[in-house]
Write a protein that binds this ligand. Structure first.
Ligand SMILES: Nc1nc2c(ncn2[C@@H]2O[C@H](COP(=O)(O)OP(=O)(O)OP(=O)(O)O)[C@@H](O)[C@H]2O)c(=O)[nH]1
Ligand SMILES: [Zn+2]
Length: 218
C-alpha cells in the first residue's frame, strides 16, 4: 500500500471566509469555512473551546462521505465516526473537527457509487478503485496545516485508525502527540469493507467476522 499522496499547497489557494455558531446535539461548536480557490471546494472546521493555547488538541480529520455522513449508509463507518468524534470533543469541551471535501477517498461521489457497484459484483474497496483507474486512496492532507494554523493549533491528539493519515500529518508538519482510536460498531453491511481496510489499507483494527445481530466493538 503506497503512502497517501502529498502535494504542496499554495497558501494563497486556501482562504478563510467566515464563521458562525453551530449548535449540535452535543455542544455548540463554531463552524469556520475556508475556500480552496483552485478547486472551488468549501472546507470546514468545527471548533470547540480554546484550541490555540498550545496544549495538544483532540482532533478529527474527516474526509467527506455524503452517503455515510448524511444519508445514513451502513456500507462504511464514516457517519458513526463523525458522530463519535464530535461526541468526544464535546465531552472534553475542547477540540476540532476538520471536514475535508475529498469524497470517496478523493474520487468523488459518482465514482464512489461506481465503485460500490463493482463491490456488489465481488470486488473489494481497493480493487474497485483500481478497476476504475484510480489509486486505492487518492486523498491529500495538504490543507490541514494551513487550516490548523488559522486557529493556532500546535499538535494533535488525532482520532483515527489510519496509520497513513498519521504519517501524512507528520509529513505536512502537523505533530501528532497521540493517536486516539475511533472504532465503531460493525454490521453485516460494513464488515467486509472494514476487514479490507484492516488487511489492505493498514487500518489499526482487527479483522473479524460479524453476524447479522453483531454490534460488538472491533
Ligand atoms: N472510493 C471509495 N471510497 C470510500 C468507500 N467507502 C468509503 N469511502 C470514502 O472513504 C473516506 C473515509 O476513509 P476511511 O478509509 O473510511 O477512513 P480514514 O479517514 O482513512 O481513516 P480513519 O481516520 O480511521 O477513519 C470517505 O471519503 C468516504 O467517502 C469505498 O468503498 N470506495
Ligand atoms: Zn463512508
Amino acid at each position: 500500500m503506497q503512502p497517501v499522496a502529498e502535494l504542496p499547497v499554495d497558501p494563497a489557494d486556501l482562504e478563510y471566509v467566515t464563521s458562525c455558531a453551530l449548535p449540535t446535539p452535543w455542544a455548540e461548536f463554531t463552524l469556520h469555512a475556508f475556500i480552496e480557490h483552485s478547486t472551488g471546494k468549501e472546507h470546514l472546521a468545527m471548533v470547540l473551546g480554546d484550541i490555540g493555547n498550545g496544549a495538544p488538541v483532540l482532533a478529527r480529520v474527516h474526509s467527506e462521505c455524503l452517503t455515510g455522513d448524511v444519508l445514513f449508509s451502513q456500507r462504511c463507518d464514516c457517519g458513526a465516526q463523525l458522530e463519535g468524534a464530535l461526541q468526544r470533543i464535546a465531552a472534553e469541551g475542547r477540540g476540532v473537527l476538520l471536514y475535508l471535501r475529498q469524497e470517496g477517498r478523493g474520487i468523488g461521489l459518482l465514482n464512489k457509487m461506481r465503485a460500490y457497484r463493482l463491490q456488489e459484483a465481488g470486488a473489494d474497496t481497493v480493487q474497485a478503485n483500481e478497476q476504475l483507474g484510480f489509486k486505492p486512496d487518492q486523498r491529500s492532507y495538504g490543507l490541514v496545516a494551513p487550516m490548523l494554523h488559522q486557529f493556532g493549533v500546535q499538535s494533535l491528539r488525532l482520532m483515527t485508525n489510519n496509520p497513513r493519515k498519521i504519517a501524512a500529518m507528520e509529513k505536512m508538519g502537523v505533530p501528532v502527540a497521540e493517536r486516539v482510536p475511533l472504532l465503531v460498531n460493525r454490521n453485516v453491511f460494513n464488515q467486509h469493507y472494514l476487514n479490507t481496510k484492516a488487511l489492505k489499507l493498514g487500518h489499526m483494527m482487527s479483522p473479524v467476522v460479524a453476524t447479522a445481530t453483531s454490534d460488538g466493538e472491533q
